[in-house]
Structures are given as structure tokens and as C-alpha cells.
Design a protein around this ligand. Sequence first.
Ligand code: HEM
Length: 505
Amino acid sequence: MELISSLQSFLFLLFLSIYVYFYFCTTPSKSSKLNGFKTYPILGTLPEFLKNRHRFLEWTTEILRNCPTNTAVFRRPGKIHGVITANPSNVEHMLKTNFENYPKGERFISLLQDFLGGGIFNVDGELWKVQRKTASYAFNTKSLRNFAMENVRLEIQTRLVPILSRASETGCRLDLQDVLERFAFDNICKMAFNVDPACLGGQGKTATEFMQAFEDAATLISGRFLYAFQFIRNLKKFFNIGSERRVRESIATVHNFADNIIKCRMENSSDHQQDDDLLSRFIGNENNNSPEFLRDIIISMILAGRDTTSSALSWFFWILSSRPNVQSNILRELETIRVRNGKSIGDAYGLDQLRDMHYLQAAISEAMRLYPPVPVDTKACLNDDVMPDGTVVRKGWFVTYHAYAMGRMERIWGEDCHEYLPERWLGEDGTCQQESAFRFPVFHAGPRMCLGKDLAFIQMKSIAACVIERFEIDVQDKDTCPAHLLSMTLRIKGGLPVSVRKRCV
Ligand code: HEM
């Protein structure tokens, strides 16, 4: 009897070992590659996730490219299942047609709660609707656009140009990504609460601490999404150790800075009634203007506007450095606009002139197609659903649309999808064409579409035009694609070291 039982145990272990061996030690079969992620019993996609999470974007892009409808199901232990898609019909379904079924969800909200509280970026339902209404109104006013234009002009003339000129005179290398991030941070703080942190000039010490703390909090918090087991994070949080301790400290610095500004503004609110910044518009909304609420919404705005434009422009300048033909086309377009409007190099461009820069708009959009500042974006599924391509989604699963992969799908952009071709955006009359937001969801789509898209283009085109017409930017190692750092936005790992020369005119 004992012998039979031992034999049974032996056979069981033998079969188990063979099973595990084939799952863990063999390369994925062609069919499993075709059908998405390689999945193991009990562990689901976890082993593959752990093996590839350092190259998450490339790995998931390869998987989606090989799936029949560019959509794959992801299974991890602990009921964290989900769908990742690069299929425009599915994107339209989740962001617009069945919008109510795909909120940010509890998991997302709870991971960002300590940083963003109840700000627009981190709420669903009624709380979101109320903020969206006030914010949409504010973003559509002419006064906010003028305020933004004026801030961009000042930052370019008094900080960006002097820094680049100095670099061209001294021959010192610059980290262009860092310069652009400081520019964007100064700009969004001005727009959010009319405070100039002067991070680009390097004078504002407290503000530079604020910027650094904001940066640390955003990076560490995005790391929370990549934990294989959430209990590890919970333990760190409970004992206040490691990254969770650093997050707590960074958040305290950010909140302190914002609280002081808001307190000061509320105390002197009568003097600031005419201010054009976003804070004034929310203070003016009597339904919801507690100091905590104001802080949350302002922090959400800074997060939204901070790294996005700098990420887009950093990749754009890297791409441009090895494409003299694209630079020449931009220079020709700028010259035509200057001549038509009686302007000289160095004069600021107005809104209409920025609108006329179709080739530049195409060149920036094309850079964002390949390097979207928000490369993946995730929602939660409220109730069981079926996507237009037939993928079943269960209640509680996450659903991610993959903008980075979508820019690399032949089905969307054709066989030359890997090539950088601004011309693909231009119509026969040379104007930049609108692309469907579901094929190009770089600014999101549907009811939660980015509110800052127009302002972002004002900023990006103003900076690009000014830099390109005055300076030649030479990127170190321009022929090697830089590694990226996946924070909340797609940043270049190690920055973008460049040398600057004044352009001969
Ligand atoms: C290249 C620049 C930008 C890109 C690529 C971009 C992209 C995005 C994306 C993908 C979202 C959706 C995030 C989500 O809720 O899941 C978003 C939302 C948002 N963006 Fe932008 N953004 C940019 C610039 C800006 C700027 C400059 C501002 C503000 C000045 C801004 C304000 C917002 C706001 C307020 C939302 C939240 C909308 C809502 O939840 O209803 N964005 N943006």
C-alpha cells in the first residue's frame, strides 16, 4: 500500500515537473505568441511581466502587433486581470461609446489619492463632472489663452533664449530635456496660480525644491503601478520605509508649497479677482472652494501640464537633429510667415501666425505619434462587457489603451509606420489634417479628452519656432535612439545632452 502511495506521489511530482518545465523553460510557441501574452498556470502572465517590465512598452508593443486584433488579455495572480489594446475601435468604445463603464476606477484612484486627492485627474462621476465643467469653461476663455501666450513669450525671451545664447558662446553642453521641463514647470505654475517659480533661471530655491519634490512624487507614484504584489507596497507604506517614505516626504513638500499659495490668495482674494490664472477661476466657483479642494485641482493641473509638453519637445528635438531636410522645411515655413507679417527673427509670433505653422504642427504631431508623452493609459471595467473586436472584458478588470504601440501599428499607419514622416499629416493644400482621436489617442479622446491640447500646441510651437530659427541644436549620439524612462510621462533616460550654435542667417 505504502509502495503504491509513494509511486503515485512520484508520478504526480514527475508530471508536475514536466508541466512546469514546459511552461517555464521552453520558448513561447508560435501560437501563444499569436494569441498574446504567454500565460502560466496559477501565475498567469506574471513570469513574463517580471522578465519584461524593464522594457514594458517594447514588449507589449511586440505582443499587440502579433495579435489578430491588436488586443491582448493580461492575467496576473490576485485577480489583476486586464486587457491591453492598440485597436482604434476598442479605444473608441472604452473612451466614448461606453464611457460610463470605464472610469479611472478604485485601484487607480487609491494609488494616487495621497498625491492628487480629489483633483480632476483622480476622480470619477459627479466629482469629475463638476470640475470638468468649470475647467472647460476656463480653458475656453480668450483671457486664459492670452495669459498663456504672454507667459510663454516672456519665458522664451527672458530665460530660454539667454540660456541657449550663453551655451552657444561658452560651448558648454546643456541637458535640453531639463531646460524644457523647467520651462514647462514655470509655465504651468504661472497658469495655475500666477506664481513664477523661476526654475529655468535657477533663481527660485524654494520653487526648485517644489519642482524636485513634484518630480520625485510623480516618478515614485508611477512605480506603484509596477509592483508585482501590492502587499509589498502596503508593507512599505505601513512601516514608512523605502520608496513609500520618500513619496510621503515629497508629497508633504508639494502640499506645503501649494497650501501656502492658496492660503495667501484666499486671504487676499479681493485683490486677485481680476487674475487670469486657473486658481482664480476655481476660487470664484462658490460651490466648491475649500482650501483642500483648490489644492487638489491645482496639483492635478500642474501634473497634467508639467511633463507632457517637455516630453514631446525633447523627443522632437532628438528626431530633428538627424533630419536636416525637416529642419529646412520648418525654416522655410517660418520665413514665409515672417515675410507675410512683416516680422524679423526674434519677434514673438501671435496666435494666428502659430496657427499658420502647418508643417511645424505636422512635425511635432509626428514626433508624438512615435513618442507619445502619455504612452499608456488605464481605466477600470465596471460591468462585464464585450469590445467591438469580440474581446470579453470582465467586471473589475483593467483596460489599457496603448498609444505608444498604436503609433507603431501597420494596420493604422501603413507599412512605413516606423518612419518619421511629417508629410503624412499634410493635405494636398499643405495644411495639417486632423487625425481621429481614436487612432491617435495621444491627447486622450471622448468626454475626458485633454483640456490643454490647444495651450500645449501654443507652447510647443512657440518654443520650437524660436529655437529652430535662432539656434542649431546638435544632439550627442544623435543616431542612437535614447532609452526612455517610464514615469507618468515618457521621458528620455539620462536627459538630452546637446551643444548649441547660433544659426547663421
Ligand atoms: C503634449 C502635451 C499634452 C499631452 C500629450 C496631454 C495628454 C493628456 C492625456 C492623455 C490626458 C488623459 C489622462 C487621463 O485622464 O487618463 C490628459 C488629460 C488632461 N490634460 Fe492634457 N496633455 C498635454 C498637455 C496638457 C496641458 C498643457 C494641460 C494644462 C494646461 C493639460 C490639461 C489636462 C487636463 C486638465 C486633463 C484632465 C481631463 C479630464 O480628466 O477631464 N494637458 N492630457
